[in-house]
Structures are given as structure tokens and as C-alpha cells.
Ligand binder design. Structure first.
Ligand code: F3S
Length: 427
């Protein structure tokens, strides 16, 4: 379908605003045509990756994502049209040496961040950016674009924003402030298609992540309406969003009586498109835990804070690590964004965490890092294994299994993971 474009969109398409804007608009028009979209809508927020230059390279070549086009845009005074923050990448800019990230990759990342800042993008790499920006105050129905699979279901479901699962289109949406109207931007695609009744009592955020994984595997890319007994906390909802986008490709879920578009069954469902009702019990969750279990295993690597910890999680963690020391053969990585890290420093939590021998990581994580451990390093070194890997996050467990060649993956709550790091053993 040919899209109807307004004057502003035609202007961007004409090239008057430079090749970067022209290329971005061309890409969005093609995306809209592929999804039978009739028109562009105005966006209000964007979350993008600072590794946009990778799309201009090798196989993923998009010919206008070159240094020349970025420099031309900056000279022309191009700015992102909407509030935009950049998400995660392969680099922790404060800690790259410790994480053994090659200098040339750090330089490339810094160059892209430099372009981003000149284009008006705020560099705040985080996989749960809504916890540290004003995004948690979205008016219901805010149209936005986002990269980061675990953040998108949170935006859609908990905050009632409207976003698709975007990749590079998020960057183009930020540059133009426009996006083709399709998918979760339309009312008709936001209704629950599966009723998921959860009969298990959920103990903590790790349980919510595992539940999400189970639901994602059942519904794939559809919209589940979840019925649970407990009222989840914010970080439990973060883990649920992470789980559904790991087990499946869920971009939107509803929880009856909890999320804003599910005050009642009638509001959340379109009965004509309802596919099935499924009951989940503790048995389904335990099946997942069994895959990631062990006793008396030696632990080599512990990764906590996936998605990134909030200051309250860091506070709890500091309490568990106070006056303790992790075993010398264990690496303990704690993930948080730079804003939370700064706050943790002023509260004295960072001193406690570092005194215990842990490494605070911002801007990346083991499954993204360009250092060691990280997928690139692992694939380039066939003899390398991260060893026995423990985490409190089902996403970290799931992807580490694929990308870090662990001997064993173990999953448990924060307390259990910290005990393992201190004793060097999983119990
Ligand atoms: Fe974030 Fe890495 Fe987890 S990107 S959601 S910490 S796998």
C-alpha cells in the first residue's frame, strides 16, 4: 500500500534536511508499506542503540549510515525531533580495560556516542530506561519507539505506551519524530489473545522472569492476558517483561486488575480473536528451574542485575555483601546504569560492593560485551568457557547458554547468587 505523506514528511524525503534524514524517512516509508500502513504518526519518545554505525557495516549495509552522513547532518544542525536516550552496547566506557574490551571498539563506540550527543541524544545506556528517566510518567497511549526487547513489553504493558519491537527503525523514528501507523500503535492489535491463569504462588522477581519465559513459549508473539493472585512490584513487572520477550517475542501483555488496559476482562479482550485459555502451575516453573539447577557445583561467574538493578536492588545487594568477600576464583558482575551507579556511590553502596571484590558494569553485560567474557571473545576462542555461571535472571541464563559456552548455568534469587559468590559453591 502506498502511504499518504504530509508536507513535513515529504520535506524530509526530498533530501532538503540532508542524507541522514532522507535515508531515515525512506526507510520508515518502506517499513510502512511493508505493513500496509496508511500514514505516519507523531512519536513522543525514543530509545535507541549507540551502536547504530554497525548497521552501516558489512552485511547489514545501510548506505547512508556513514561517518560522512553523520557529519553532514551535524553541520546542517540536524537534531533528533523527540526526547531520545541511547540504550546499551558492547562497551562499558568507565570500565573497558577491566572488562578487556579492545581499544578500537571503545574508540568506535565513543565516536558514535559523540555523533549521538551532537544530534541531541542523551547517552544513558540501560535496559530498563523507564526506571531512571521521566518515561515512567507517560500519559496512556503515548506513541514511542524502542529498541531492547525486554523494555518494549514494559513500555506497552505497564506504562500503556504504544511501541512495536523495533530495531534500527527506532533510530530513524528519533531522527524524524515519525513512525508508520501499524502494529501496537493501533487499538485493534492491543487486545489479549490468550488467557493465562497462573495458579502458582510467585515468590520473587526471578519467579516472575521464569513465568514470563513459560508464557512467551506458549504465546509466541501474541498478546497474553495474565491472571495472577499477587500484586506484582515494579521490579517483578520488569522481570515479567524480560521473561515474555525471552521465551517468545511478546511486545505487550496485560495483567487483569494491574496493567492499565486490563481493568476488566471486557476491556482487555476481544472475544472474537481469543485463541485459548491456559493454566500455569508451579510444575511448569519448576521444569524451567530444573534446566538451570545443580548442587555443590563450583561457581566461576555470577551475573546480577539483568535487566539493570534499580537503586533499591543495589541497596539490598550492598546489605548482603557488607563486610564479606567473594571467593578469589569467582567473578561477580553487578549491572546498573550510570545514574544508579552515581547514586550508589553517594549512598556508600559502591564502596561496599567493590570492597567485596565485585565489578560494577554499566552500558553492557556478559551477553553483549565486546570483551571477555562476551560472545565475540567466546566465538573467537574455541577453548574458552566462562565455567559455571550463576544468575538471578532467566534472560541472562538463556542467552549465556547460547553465547558464552558455560559448563553449567545456575539460576536462583539474589541471596542464593551472592552466597554462591562468597562460598564459591552453589547450594
Ligand atoms: Fe540487559 Fe543484558 Fe539483560 S542487555 S536485559 S543485562 S541480557
Amino acid at each position: 500500500m502506498v502511504m499518504r505523506l504530509g508536507e513535513e514528511e515529504k520535506d524530509m524525503l526530498s533530501g532538503k534536511q540532508g542524507r541522514l534524514i532522507q535515508g531515515a524517512m525512506q526507510h520508515l516509508v518502506k517499513l510502512g508499506e511493508a505493513y500496509d500502513s496508511r500514514r505516519m504518526i507523531d512519536l513522543e519518545y525514543a530509545v535507541v542503540y549507540s551502536t547504530v554505525d554497525m548497521w552501516g557495516k558489512k552485511k547489514r549495509k545501510i548506505n547512508f549510515l556513514t561517518p560522512e552522513c553523520f557529519e553532514e547532518a551535524i553541520k546542517l544542525g540536524v537534531r533528533v525531533k523527540i526526547p531520545t536516550i541511547s540504550g546499551l552496547g558492547a562497551v562499558d566506557i568507565d570500565n573497558w580495560e577491566c572488562l578487556k574490551i579492545p581499544k578500537e571498539i571503545v574508540n568506535g563506540y565513543q565516536k558514535q556516542c559523540d555523533y549521538d550527543r551532537k544530534l541531541g541524544i542523551i547517552t544513558l545506556p540501560s535496559c530498563d530506561p523507564y526506571l531512571v528517566t521521566d518515561m515512567y510518567r507517560f500519559p496512556l497511549g503515548t506513541h514511542m519507539t524502542s529498541i531492547e526487547s525486554s523494555a518494549i513489553p514494559y513500555f506497552n504493558s505497564v506504562l500503556g505506551a504504544r511501541a512495536n519491537r523495533d530495531g534500527i527503525a527506532a533510530y530513524f523514528g528519533a531522527l524524524t519524530g515519525k513512525y508508520p501507523e501499524f502494529g501496537y500503535h493501533l487499538d485493534k492489535n492491543r487486545k489479549g489473545q490468550h488467557i493465562i491463569e497462573v495458579k502458582a504462588k510467585l515468590r520473587d522477581y526471578t519467579d516472575y522472569g521464569v513465568l514470563g519465559l513459560v508464557i512467551g513459549k506458549i504465546v509466541g508473539a501474541d498478546v497474553p492476558l495474565i491472571i495472577i493472585i499477587e500484586k506484582p512490584t515494579t521490579y517483578e513487572l520488569v522481570h515479567l517483561a524480560m521473561g515474555v520477550s525471552t521465551g517468545g517475542a511478546v511486545a505487550l501483555y496485560h495483567i487483569l486488575g494491574v496493567t492499565p488496559e486490563a481493568k476488566s476482562l471486557d476491556e482487555a479482550l476481544d472475544y472474537r480473536t481469543l485463541k485459548q485459555k491456559v493454566v500455569i502451575t508451579r510444575k511448569e516453573l519448576d521444569t524451567v528451574y530444573k534446566e538451570y539447577s545443580g548442587t555443590d557445583e563450583k561457581v566461576n561467574f555470577v551475573a546480577l542485575g539483568c535487566p539493570y538493578y534499580s537503586i533499591y536492588d543495589v541497596q539490598k545487594l550492598a546489605g548482603l555483601l557488607e563486610n564479606k568477600r567473594i571467593r578469589s576464583h569467582v567473578s561477580l558482575w553487578i549491572h546498573m546504569d550510570i545514574q544508579t551507579k552515581a547514586l550508589a556511590r553517594t549512598q556508600g553502596y559502591l564502596d561496599i560492593i567493590e570492597a567485596a571484590g565485585a565489578t560494577v558494569v554499566s552500558g553492557t553485560c556478559p551477553v553483549l560485551s565486546a570483551g571477555e567474557p562476551g560472545p565475540t571473545y567466546t566465538f573467537q576462542h574455541p577453548e574458552f568457557s566462562v565455567g559455571n555461571f550463576a544468575t538471578d535472571s532467566i534472560k541472562q541464563a538463556f542467552y549465556s547458554k547460547l553465547l558464552l559456552r558455560p559448563q553449567k548455568i545456575l539460576i536462583g534469587d539474589m541471596q542464593r547468587c551472592i552466597d554462591a559468590a562468597i562460598k564459591g559453591k552453589w547450594r
